[in-house]
Design a protein around this ligand. Sequence first.
Ligand SMILES: Nc1ncnc2c1ncn2[C@@H]1O[C@H](COP(=O)(O)OP(=O)(O)OP(=O)(O)O)[C@@H](O)[C@H]1O
Ligand SMILES: [Mg+2]
Length: 237
Amino acid sequence: MSRVLPLISTIDLWRTYQLGSEEINALRGVNMTVMPGQFIAVVGRSGSGKTTLLNILAGLDKPTSGQVLFENRDIAAMNEHDLTEIRRHKIGFVFQSFGLLPLLSAFENVELPLRIAGVRTREREERTRDALEIVGLWGRAKHRPYELSGGEQQRVAIARAVVNNPPLILADEPTGELDSTNARAIFGLFKEMVLKQGISVLSATHDSTLLAMADEVKEIRDGHLNDATDLGQRYRD
Ligand SMILES: Nc1ncnc2c1ncn2[C@@H]1O[C@H](COP(=O)(O)OP(=O)(O)OP(=O)(O)O)[C@@H](O)[C@H]1O
Ligand SMILES: [Mg+2]
């Protein structure tokens, strides 16, 4: 029997921002593990460090000290080529404000990571279609972002994040600009992808009504990340 390795984990992660003469310790020793097929929600008041943590996990920012291990390899010790591989193929990032390119259609937005990765035309078309079908928007493929609702734009952003079949989706308040119906739809989509495709999702959220959909809830407070799964259980049933 093979042991299941963590997809991503952190060891004593610190991130200190220097603001003039003031030091802000956004993260003070965060230890966490995301296993394959796990859906984790991260909560915490504004300014608690959720974005800081997600950016470091995505390799978009570096910790002041501590380690991030991706499939048990320290990303700080990787060369630029390996890091780019991870960013392009292993992690899909979803932002609060969708981040779609306004002049491209939904299809072209989703296809873009495949173009960057050098995937051939035929395969690009198939995979883009699959991703848009997963989020229920193949019928909107030709629409530009401004011709879509906020919820639809976020679903396109999720299709773009999953089109490379990454094992990990990191999402920073993906429902922050959506009404409650669309917010539930986005978390429902995450849950479905976790169950059907075995990917892992780590998503920051302000919306406590969504927490019951995650397998685990973690709370950042005073720079520490603690288990808060009971917060989610309060909303179950
Ligand atoms: N570039 C920066 N320079 C200085 N301080 C920063 C910087 N980015 C974030 N901070 C500070 O670090 C702390 C954590 O910020 P972060 O953006 O991670 O919080 P957050 O939990 O994502 O908040 P929100 O819920 O409002 O998005 C805050 O005190 C913030 O002011
Ligand atoms: Mg934030």
